[in-house]
Unconditional design. Structure first.
Length: 328
């Protein structure tokens, strides 16, 4: 498709129109076998082999969850997909499909919408899922709403409410990298690239969710808001307390270097930083942890203060993680 001026890159969504953009972002995409009917009808049809579907939704808002002067549209698309795909993995399920709602100003270049779609497809394809449908509309800023579907493949879902006193707490995936990258960007820098890229595009250990479920995980959650905050959800849902051991955490050299340069204790990033989408789970004490999982604490009976999360026996001072309505 070309504009009247012949400059395809400058075509806006207003000029291109909704349906021509939808055609452009869906043409030539290869759907996985679980997609029985993809984009083009009133709704998609996705196979659910054992009769159950796992579903979740996340919303990313420009200026709150991402900045287009810090991240490319493709990176934003991948980040939006990852936030949802990690939730599916945290249930012990395998992702099968994404549904996407996108609102943009009408002056948005059509190429930007296509790049967002490229990012969504790249992340979905990496786990064998498809982008099976969605909606496109106008709005004052870019808002990306993604719904992910998944298959339990015969497993029982791993809930937040299953942790039991005596269980071990273990984690798999990076912690603190996205928060450190955000701190770097907030100071006006673009390096170290590894940290900045960790904020732009997380790297959740998707396959470890089903593996943890197969290994007998009693509860599980992905670290989207911060380790302490998300374990707090598990503690409250399960009616238990969680004790973490600081000695169990290894601060990566890169985080230690940047923490020193910025005057930040890097342990704060590990404990309260969100958007890495690592997985944290509880396991029976008499079982073996899956390879790649690190034991970081234990589940205990709640004390007089009710379900709490402590580090070396002390409640963390300050925020435990991201608070969605604290700023806006």
């Amino acid at each position: 498709m070309t504009s009247d001026s012949g400059d395809e890159a400058s075509v806006s969504l207003r000029e291109a129109g909704e349906f021509r953009i939808i055609d452009r972002v869906t043409a030539g995409r290869v759907q996985p076998g679980t997609t029985l009917l993809g984009p083009g009808d009133d709704a998609a049809v996705v196979a659910a082999a054992d009769g159950r579907v796992v579903g979740c939704t996340d919303v990313l808002v420009e200026g709150v969850h991402f900045r287009l002067d810090w991240s490319s549209p493709e990176q934003v698309g991948r980040k939006a997909a990852a936030a949802n795909l990690a939730d599916i993995a945290a249930m012990g399920a395998v992702p099968t499909a994404l549904l996407v709602g996108l609102a943009c100003p009408s002056t948005t270049p059509a190429a930007r919408a296509e790049a967002l779609a490229d990012g969504l497809w790249a992340e979905a394809s990496a786990v064998g899922a498809g982008v099976v449908g969605g909606d496109l509309t106008s709005g004052p800023v870019v808002v990306l709403s993604v719904t992910a579907l998944g298959s339990l493949e015969g497993r029982a879902p791993v809930l937040r409410s299953g942790a039991r006193p005596g269980d071990r707490v273990a984690c798999c995936g990076r912690l603190g990298w996205s928060a450190a990258g955000l701190a770097v960007l907030g100071r006006g820098f673009r390096s170290p690239v590894a940290l900045v890229d960790a904020h732009r595009v997380p790297a959740p250990p998707y396959g470890e969710g089903p593996r943890a479920a197969d290994a007998g995980a009693t509860s599980m959650i992905d670290v989207s808001d911060g380790l302490l905050a998300d374990l707090g959800h598990v503690a409250r849902a399960s009616g238990v307390s969680v004790r973490l051991h600081s000695r169990a955490f290894t601060v990566p050299d890169r985080l230690a270097e940047i923490g020193s340069a910025l005057g930040v204790d890097p342990m704060d990033w590990l404990l309260t930083g969100g958007e890495d989408h690592a997985l944290v789970a509880t396991f029976p004490v008499d079982g073996e942890l899956p390879a790649g999982w690190t034991e970081i604490g234990a589940v205990e009976h709640p004390g007089d203060d009710g379900p709490v999360v402590t580090v070396d026996g002390q409640v963390h001072e300050g925020d435990a993680g991201w608070l969605h309505f604290a700023k806006y």
